[in-house]
Design a protein around this ligand. Structure first.
Ligand SMILES: Nc1nc2c(c(=O)[nH]1)N[C@H]1C(S)=C(S)[C@@H](COP(=O)(O)O)O[C@H]1N2
Ligand SMILES: [Mo]
Length: 423
């Protein structure tokens, strides 16, 4: 300290002497960087795959990202097999994203001296690298923050969460690829050296403090703390998707209804009351209106529906928020039978627009692809686990489709329009 060599006083973050933790160094950064390389790649892939699950190209009601343009190049028809597909992709996306938060923060902390380094740019190449770092750090923080806010709160954004998170992911990816291309060879070299030759820390990149404070924690201890933080978050999150561990899911989204006990005693997203569903609308007066591709209409009471062939399917509810239920036994009328009832081809049914009694708020309606209507497990469910649906799970009737995100499993259904938008 105060050895007179500093040209800038160490009280400025841009001074090399300012950052004094002896934990910083290229090895510490390289370990965290390689963990993030694997983890963030998996986050990106599961995120894009989960987005395809919404059938975003099918109808405006599903498309939360209008104008995504060529960024949707990879979109494909979401399958109905395996029936737990979205449960897996979105469960991994959310659980891994939460568990990586300590790693991301530690990685940012480890390189913070470089983020402040002056001059801002020594050359054009250096300027470009720093610009990409700005997008990288900004993009990573943006994606993690929007993701966590979407899980914990609703409608915190003026627009919608989806476009922000989707476009943010692509901006971040561009910077991430540039960063990996520039830094991966160095990280691999640093990690290899560690195994073969246990020499001193390779001097590197202004990460090692020229004037380190006395150590209070070894590098290994610091990595252990980051790992323990990640494991703790993992342990308090993963239960939201694994039934016997539900009680450990301290970080699972709150604010849904109390599911209570019995056949209907599984997670509720939005209660009937919260969605403004009046008991008068779901009683004797309720009718299901089914419209066929030719515009013909059939109106059915719940008793009419119970007289049609009833089928069962064991399917989960899997929410974009990451939580999911174990398979529940749903029972009701096949969507493809309802399509046939309205004059559509049972074996090659068209897409359907599903609308709810709900008048306000999100997820009032959703569109399902022909392959989803055709699957014999896709039901307009009237019962679950041997009892009529509870009001909160969608009484008098709700949609349930294998492998589809929860959002597409519309509750309190009032209208099905097969072949909508085709004529
Ligand atoms: N009409 C209507 N249907 C809806 C919703 C809604 O808010 N309104 N929420 C959807 C979402 S986001 C999910 S995850 C599932 C949750 O179903 P559950 O509450 O029966 O578990 O219902 C879906 N169906
Ligand atoms: Mo959901």
């Amino acid at each position: 300290m105060g050895d007179g060599q500093h040209t800038t006083p160490p009280s400025l973050p841009s001074s090399p002497g300012f950052w004094r933790s002896p934990v910083r160094g290229v090895r510490f950064t390289a370990v965290l960087g390689v963990v993030l390389l694997g983890g963030i790649t998996l986050l990106f892939v599961t995120g894009l795959v989960s987005y395809a699950a919404y059938n975003p190209g099918l109808a405006p009601v599903n498309d939360k990202t209008p104008g995504r343009g060529w960024l949707g190049f990879y979109l494909f028809d979401w399958p109905t097999d395996p029936h737990w597909l979205y449960r897996l992709t979105q469960g991994v996306h959310v659980t891994l994203g939460i568990a990586l938060i300590p790693v991301l923060l530690a990685k940012l902390w480890s390189v913070v001296p470089r983020l402040f380094a002056l001059p801002p740019a020594r050359s054009l190449g250096h300027a470009l690298e720093r610009l990409s770092l700005l997008l990288l750090v900004g993009g990573a923080l943006f994606e993690f923050v929007t993701g966590v806010l979407d899980i914990q709160l609703e409608y915190v954004f003026p627009g919608s969460f989806y476009p922000l998170h989707f476009y943010g992911a692509w901006v971040f990816l561009a910077a991430f690829l540039a960063h990996v291309g520039l830094r991966l060879p160095q990280a691999v070299r640093v990690l290899r050296e560690r195994r073969s030759e246990r020499r001193g820390e390779p001097a590197g990149d202004g990460l090692d403090s020229p004037d380190p404070a006395p150590p209070t924690l070894s590098r290994r201890g610091a990595l252990g703390m980051v790992g323990a933080g990640s494991l703790l978050l993992l342990a308090t999150t993963v239960g939201q998707s694994i039934e016997p561990l539900r009680a450990t899911a301290l970080l699972a989204p709150h604010g849904g209804g109390d599911p209570g006990e019995g056949p209907n005693g599984f997670q509720i997203n939005k209660t009937a009351a919260a969605r403004g569903i009046q008991p008068a609308d779901t009683g004797e007066a309720w009718r299901l209106t089914v419209t066929g591709p030719a515009g013909n209409t059939v109106r059915l009471t719940r008793a009419d529906l119970l007289e049609l062939a009833q089928h069962s399917a064991a399917l989960p509810i899997a929410c974009v928020e990451g939580w999911s239920t174990a398979d529940q036994w749903w029972r009701g009328v096949r969507l493809r039978d309802l399509a046939a009832l309205a004059g559509a081809d049972r074996d090659r049914p068209p897409a359907v627009l599903v609308e709810s009694l709900q008048r306000h708020g999100a997820f009032r309606s959703a569109a399902l692809r022909g392959n989803q209507v055709r699957d014999p497990r896709s039901l307009l469910a009237l019962e679950v686990n041997g009892e009529p649906l509870s009001p909160d799970h969608g009484y008098p009737a709700r949609v349930i489709v294998p492998a589809a995100p929860g959002v597409l499993n519309t509750k309190w259904v009032s209208r099905l329009t097969f072949g909508f938008g085709e004529s």
